[in-house]
Design a binder for this molecule. Structure first.
Ligand SMILES: Nc1nc2c(ncn2[C@@H]2O[C@H](COP(=O)(O)OP(=O)(O)OP(=O)(O)O)[C@@H](O)[C@H]2O)c(=O)[nH]1
Ligand SMILES: [Mg+2]
Length: 248
């Protein structure tokens, strides 16, 4: 499921061309290490305390010829509903797994399956970071692939995929050449090799999302106006009188 390599001429044309804007969405269960990973990509020192992300945080980084916007989304169960709002504008996905949390591996499996089969995600490149490898007893890459049935999942959804074992904590404040950097470079290269097609896909998905939201708004407006109709004072009075109101 890997993408075709471009020719030397195409590479040369690309390197001489303008910087490419890429949007990535970073998802995964709460506590997986997404925000710590993003801090590492930004090149900062190891953060002494990382709070759970409520909603999202947006980070801009420059990587080679790419201007990258990363949406680091909160992974808490009640926040996951917002993830899909970021799928249409994303060129690729980073899914972070806590490799040391074997108790939640089934939840991780169900969550990644839901992300990859979403119509605004399938077909796009996905980087899976098997994080927290510094923990004793962390699942190795092979075990993660097996537990998540990843091969079947990416083939079914036509998502080019790479899995990198890493430790976001260990990579913070270090020169950017570790597994997270390798993974990010792979993801950007995959997007770069198919840039025009993915850009067109992003344009189409964003348009569909807008149309979908407009339809929902119209529905809500209609619902609100019918709600107003049902609470009309005359109707309220007639309900009260049926219930044996003292005024009847
Ligand atoms: N040992 C170890 N701890 C890590 C690693 N990455 C993150 N952590 C710790 O795991 C905890 C959660 O990290 P976050 O980066 O906040 O996780 P998150 O995925 O952003 O969580 P939400 O924002 O709630 O979705 C923090 O205490 C981090 O210090 C790692 O590679 N190794
Ligand atoms: Mg976070």
């Amino acid at each position: 499921f890997s993408l075709m390599m471009p020719t030397c001429g195409e590479w040369f044309k690309w390197w001489r061309g303008p910087a490419r804007k890429v949007t990535l969405v970073m998802v995964g269960l709460d506590n997986a290490g997404k925000t710590t990973t993003v801090k590492g990509i930004q090149g900062g020192e190891f953060p002494s305390k990382v709070l759970p992300t409520v909603g999202f945080s947006k980070v801009d980084v420059k990587q080679d010829k790419f201007e990258v916007t990363i949406f680091d989304l909160g992974g808490g169960e009640r926040i996951r509903g917002i993830w899909k709002k970021y799928y249409p504008e994303s060129h690729g996905v980073v899914f972070v797994v806590d490799s040391s949390d074997i108790r939640r591996i089934q939840e991780t499996k169900a969550t990644i399956a839901e992300v990859l089969r979403h119509p605004w995600v399938s077909g796009k490149p996905v980087l899976v970071l098997a994080n927290k490898q510094d923990h004793e007893g962390a699942l190795a890459v092979g075990e993660i692939i097996e537990h998540l049935s990843l091969e079947k999942l990416v083939n079914r959804n036509q998502c080019p995929c790479q899995v990198e074992p890493c430790s976001a904590v260990a990579s913070c404040g270090k020169k950017a050449d570790g597994p997270i950097e390798n993974g990010l470079n792979w993801l950007l290269r995959s997007i770069g090799e198919d840039y025009e097609a993915i850009r067109e896909r992003v344009r189409r998905d964003t348009e569909r999302q807008r149309a979908h939201e407009e339809r929902e708004n119209t529905y809500h407006k209609r619902y609100e106006s019918s709600h107003v109709f049902h609470t009309h004072p005359d109707i309220l009075i007639s309900c009260l009188s049926r219930a044996g109101s003292p005024w009847s």
